[in-house]
Design a protein around this ligand. Structure first.
Ligand code: RIB
Ligand code: CA
Length: 311
């Protein structure tokens, strides 16, 4: 079966790191390239983290440094979850800097113009994708679909209304949602069902190979930081759900509905207004993830950790 061609735009970030690993290890995916966004940490740190992950697991794809800040809003980072480095918990060997000469948006444009039927996956603020859509509108004809981790059918995780990726760059998310490209939303209402717990971490440590130790060390910090910050017992493993849903299209169930981003400047800025009951009778512009097979998800994660790929 032909591999699914994808581009990932991410802001590693602990959960982004696992999404990258899952994509790289899957025989169903051909990762064309990675553009990096600022978000969980500054662009310098998210780019460095992306390069370290790819060097450590020998993931040979172009990595382009993207925007250092959102289109309009002031930059925001998420140090309380991801730490000062943006990927606290794992020490990489020293690698030389070898980023692609293009910026993030240009890499997205070039890879799309050279390929057909590409899935664009975003697991951070959507700034680079929005810029690419404005830079070269014709790329929409090369995109099969956009899958973004962001938003929520219900409440946010950085404000009562907004989820982090969308709050950081609400205008970018608005541009993506109005691109006319088929788009899937993997929001908190789904990702809050797949929780990293002490048991999950201990299970990974028990496997004891390169990928599982990497996973366990990162998730230890990812969970402990959120226990401290939010007094939770499990940390939602947000970003890998985008990739897992590509590997197994039965994993997530969707509902077609109208979704608009609140780009006003009140307390609901960045909210994904999901019209679940079609009150507005507005165009259904988004497939919104509504449920996930949690057992299948973790089976995918642990199959990836146990696999020989990228050992
Ligand atoms: O709100 C969760 C999202 O914000 C995830 O993508 C996480 O990595 C952060 O970017
Ligand atoms: Ca992310």
């Amino acid at each position: 079966m032909e591999k699914k061609k994808i581009i990932i735009d991410c802001d590693p970030g602990h959960d982004d790191a696992i999404a990258l690993l899952l994509a790289a290890c899957s025989s169903k995916i051909k990762l064309l390239g990675i553009s990096v966004s600022s978000g969980n940490q500054t662009i310098e740190k998210t780019s460095r983290n992306t390069l370290n992950i790819c060097r450590y697991f020998d993931i040979k794809v172009p990595i382009a440094v993207g925007c250092s800040r959102p289109l309009v809003s002031e930059p925001m980072i998420c140090e309380e979850v991801h730490g000062k480095s943006g990927l606290d918990g794992f020490d990489f060997p020293k690698y030389e800097d070898k980023f692609d000469s293009r910026n993030g948006a240009s890499l997205i444009v070039d890879l799309l113009l050279k390929n057909e039927g590409v899935t664009v996956v975003t697991t951070g603020p959507m700034t680079n994708l929005a810029l690419a859509l404005r830079l070269k509108p014709e790329i929409v004809h090369h995109i099969k679909e956009i899958i973004f981790m962001g938003g929520s059918v219900d409440n946010g995780n950085v404000s009562p209304a907004a989820e982090f990726n969308i709050l950081v760059d609400a205008e970018a998310a608005h541009i993506a949602l109005h691109s006319g490209v088929p788009i899937k939303m993997i929001g908190l209402n789904v990702t809050r069902k797949v929780l990293v717990t002490d048991e999950i971490i201990n299970r990974a440590f028990t496997i004891g190979n390169k990928k599982s130790i990497f996973f366990a060390k990162l998730m230890r910090v990812f969970l402990d930081n959120q226990k401290k910050a939010f007094h939770i017992v499990g940390a939602p493993l947000h970003d890998p759900v985008t990739i897992a849903s590509l590997i197994d299209d039965s994993l997530v169930s969707y509902q077609s509905m109208n979704v608009e981003i609140d780009i006003s400047h009140g307390n609901s800025h960045g909210r994904t207004n999901c019209d679940v009951f079609d009150y507005l009778h507005a165009p259904k512009n988004c497939l919104v993830g509504m449920n996930i097979d949690v057992k299948k998800f973790w089976n995918q994660i642990f199959n990836c950790l146990r696999s020989k790929s990228h050992e």
